[in-house]
Design a protein around this ligand. Structure first.
Ligand code: SAM
Ligand code: DTB
Ligand code: SF4
Length: 360
């Protein structure tokens, strides 16, 4: 059974008042107990074998004025990256069409900006309209937004805005000095006020403590409503960035964080985000078991490598996972239809990733 009865459903309502100690206690559970709890929550709200599939494109690369210590695109560090101006609209639409044909249901466009300038925003708004017209969900991450910018993006049809909290408020100042945690929360407020869905998460493996991991998830869970999408990134250590030699995070601690995110934000999509290229299949399988139900799909993230599409298709096949359709809702009838559909699609392996955006 993939989804439980309504009474069981009510057993895991979203909460926004998690105490740090409660979250730390979840992290401290025996691994099997934590994963069991995360599975219970996951199956209450989602088809446990459906994974939302997004494809990323960097629409403006490098020379960013911000000093985020993890980021290959910061102009403060020499990472040997080829910088690129804002891409032409037609090129972006071409990439979006290819992503849809490969099976993505959402197209995420990222720009290495502190915040968008007026003349760039005009171009970006047209990108949103054109990509949306393909029948894809749209997401952008352009840095800080003011209220008016958020409203214009929403009017153009932008579905999601990605803006990460990245880490705990306490560790944040060790990672970024050019904008504050409050700045980030303010942008998320503008995005919500404009009526867009929020994609916000963080990065693990930056030398943070277990308490910082709990603190990040606490901050995300305090957002009311919870972010619809919560990307959990494993740091991609890029030579030339200040974090290139930071100690590896135990993959099991990464999986624990996914499980805790699932429990804290029961109705959000939790994305197994950057860092999959360095993960073995078993770690990814554990992350899905812990409640991750979204990935970036396509050979590249923004500037670094992501698993090849063939590897992901193979992994989905071996795990019996299928891409989530964008037009699904969470009532039982729709859930059953989704499952029936998945059964049929699983029989035709080649079609597994074909046009997950559905009817368009
Ligand atoms: N400039 C915009 C901003 O920072 O809001 C958008 C692009 S920025 C690259 C988007 C997110 O990518 C960051 O907030 C960070 O969480 C993630 N990211 C950047 N470099 C990363 C790395 N090396 N490893 C993992 N995640 C990374
Ligand atoms: C997010 O949380 N992760 C993505 C997306 N949001 C924009 C970015 C990951 C970037 C990894 C480093 C790179 O490829 O440049
Ligand atoms: Fe710029 Fe975003 Fe990279 Fe920070 S994470 S340096 S804001 S591109």
């Amino acid at each position: 059974m993939s989804q439980a009865s309504p009474s069981f459903h009510a057993a895991f309502p979203p909460r926004h008042d998690w105490a740090l100690e409660e979250i730390e206690a979840l992290f401290d559970l025996p691994f099997n107990d934590l994963l069991f709890r995360a599975q219970q929550v996951h199956r209450t709200h989602f088809d446990a074998n459906a994974v939302q599939v997004s494809t990323l494109l960097s629409i403006k690369t490098g020379a960013c004025p911000e000093d985020c210590k993890y980021c290959p695109q910061s102009g403060h560090y020499n990472t040997g990256l080829d910088k690129e101006k804002l891409l032409e609209i037609d090129k972006v639409v071409e990439q979006a069409r290819a992503a849809k044909q490969a099976g993505a249901s959402r197209f995420c466009m990222g720009a290495a900006w502190r915040s968008p300038r007026e003349r760039d925003l005009t171009v970006v708004l047209e990108m949103v309209r054109r990509v949306k017209a393909l029948g894809l969900e749209t997401c952008m991450t352009l840095g800080m937004l003011d209220n008016a910018q958020a409203e214009r993006l929403a009017e153009a049809g932008l579905d999601y805005y990605n803006h990460n909290l990245d880490t705990s408020p306490e560790y944040y100042g060790d990672i970024i000095t050019t904008r504050t945690y409050a700045d980030r929360l303010e942008t998320l407020g503008h995005v919500r006020h404009a009526g867009m869905k929020i994609c916000s998460g963080g990065i693990l493996g930056m030398g943070e403590t277990p308490r910082d991991r709990a603190g990040l998830l606490q901050q995300l869970a305090r957002l009311d409503p919870h972010p619809e999408s919560v990307p959990i990134n494993m740091l991609v250590k890029v030579p030339g960035t200040p974090l290139e030699n930071v100690a590896d995070l135990d993959p099991l601690d990464f999986v624990r964080a996914i499980a805790v995110a699932r429990i804290l934000m029961p109705t959000s999509h939790v994305r197994l985000s950057a860092g999959r290229e360095m993960m073995d299949d078993a770690t990814q399988a554990l992350a899905f078991l812990a409640g991750a139900n979204s990935i970036f799909y396509g050979d590249k993230l923004l500037t670094t490598e992501n698993p090849q599409v063939e590897r992901d298709r193979d992994l989905f096949g071996r795990l019996g996972l299928h891409p989530e359709r964008i037009d699904t809702c969470r009532d039982d009838a729709a859930q059953q239809a989704l499952l029936d559909d998945a059964m049929i699609r699983r029989r035709t392996d080649d079609a597994l990733f074909y046009d997950a955006a559905g009817v368009h």
